[in-house]
Design a protein. Structure first.
Length: 352
DNA sequence: GGGACATGAAGAA
DNA sequence: TCTTCCTGTCCCG
């Protein structure tokens, strides 16, 4: 259940694990029979755009004799999809980013090969849609919303549906401006706009809730009511949050001073696992968020009970006091709002 | 063993 | 706005 930061980590992992290598491809489940067309081709690299992953395969000398065509495997993990990696010890080390565990979906975890490096003999689970195997390891894909082969035009069609991705380089600020302008043109609520991948690509339900909290912004305020200054700062905040997520594999939005040890007791049983939960050096999940999945618990800042409601087919979480329309109106409509996060500018650098 | 639920999105109505 | 699809986990009886 990844948001965009996980997909960017995945792309980096594929690049390191298989980039430039001839690979074997198969569909143990049988529902991606086109995998056979790619078997034995060279995997050229990996590309992440929003929550979409593209794996380009080199033309095949046999099949593409007339016109060489790069085939892009387009993968979207949706709500349930995940990748599981297994391989030689060196393979695992090579693409571990801040954590040695490698399941890249809801959790990162290695397939158990009994520690004998006999990963080639691991029988895929019956639900594995796509297996990619290289010289040093393999990756198994289960439960994706999309797993298909596209040509260059097909890939472009997917990209054309997407707004700017905060994790793509944006040196001239074009991505940020596209985001700001799209929001300001719309009467739709900011909480719904943030989930629309045409407005901004890569945000999911956690980043939505947490970004709105950090901006002290009511999820139900129409986009057109927001100032350019506020939206510029929200974009910058998103870049910082997602960059941290891509680096560590974890979403952490709370400032250190806002985390409470006693919250562990309350939330220990509430689910929402993240990569690295078992690592004592990272921020535990029950201290990672301000509002996500904290409905009925006291707001970390003001103690008011966090609320939840449906908003664009997903549950949104917010503090009705810190994010109250009435109390914040003055600051969002000003061109230079007193941005709350300016006081506590970024998540700290633990778990690098 | 059943049901609820989950970091998602497309297509029908 | 609704239904559907994809899988795994946890809680309950």
């Amino acid at each position: 259940m990844p948001e965009g930061h996980t997909v960017h980590r995945l792309a980096a992992a594929f690049e390191r694990a298989f980039g430039g290598q001839q690979v074997r491809t198969s569909s143990p489940q049988g529902r991606f029979s086109e995998a056979a067309q790619l078997d034995g081709r060279v995997l050229l690299g990996a590309e992440a755009v929003g929550k979409h992953l593209f794996l380009p395969f080199a033309p095949s000398a046999d099949v593409d004799r007339e016109a060489p065509v790069v085939r892009h495997v387009h993968i979207h993990l949706g709500l349930y999809g995940s990748w599981t990696f297994a391989g030689d010890p060196g393979f695992a080390d090579a693409h571990a980013i801040g954590a040695p565990r490698l399941r890249m979906g809801e959790q990162e975890e290695e397939l158990d090969d009994g520690g004998t490096a006999e990963w080639r003999r691991i029988v895929p689970r019956p639900t594995v849609r796509l297996r990619i195997a290289g010289a040093c390891g393999l990756a198994d894909l289960t439960g994706p919303t999309a797993c298909e082969i596209l040509d260059a035009d097909g890939r472009q069609t997917v990209l054309d549906r997407l707004g700017p991705d905060p994790l793509r380089p944006d040196p001239d600020g074009r991505g940020r401006r596209r985001f700001v302008e799209a929001v300001r043109r719309s009467r739709t609520s900011i909480g719904a706009l943030l989930m629309n991948q045409k407005i901004v690509a890569g945000i999911g339900n956690i980043y939505r809730a947490e970004l709105l909290f950090r901006a002290r912004l009511d999820p139900f305020v129409p986009g057109r009511d927001l100032s350019t200054g506020l939206l510029d700062q929200m974009w910058e905040d998103l870049v910082a949050l997602m960059t941290y997520g891509a680096r560590t594999g974890r979403i952490v939005t709370t400032q250190p001073g806002h985390r409470e040890i006693e919250a562990r007791i309350i939330e220990r049983s509430r689910g929402t696992r993240q990569n690295g939960d078992e690592d004592p050096d990272v921020v535990p999940r029950e201290e990672s968020f301000y509002v996500y999945h904290r409905q009925t618990l006291p707001c970390r800042l003001c103690g008011t009970a966090v609320r939840s409601a449906d908003l664009s087919a997903r549950t949104v979480f917010w503090c009705p006091r810190c994010q109250s329309a009435r109390s914040r109106r003055a600051s969002w409509t000003r061109e230079h709002p007193a941005a709350p996060w300016a006081l506590v500018p970024d998540v700290d650098g633990e778990a690098a």
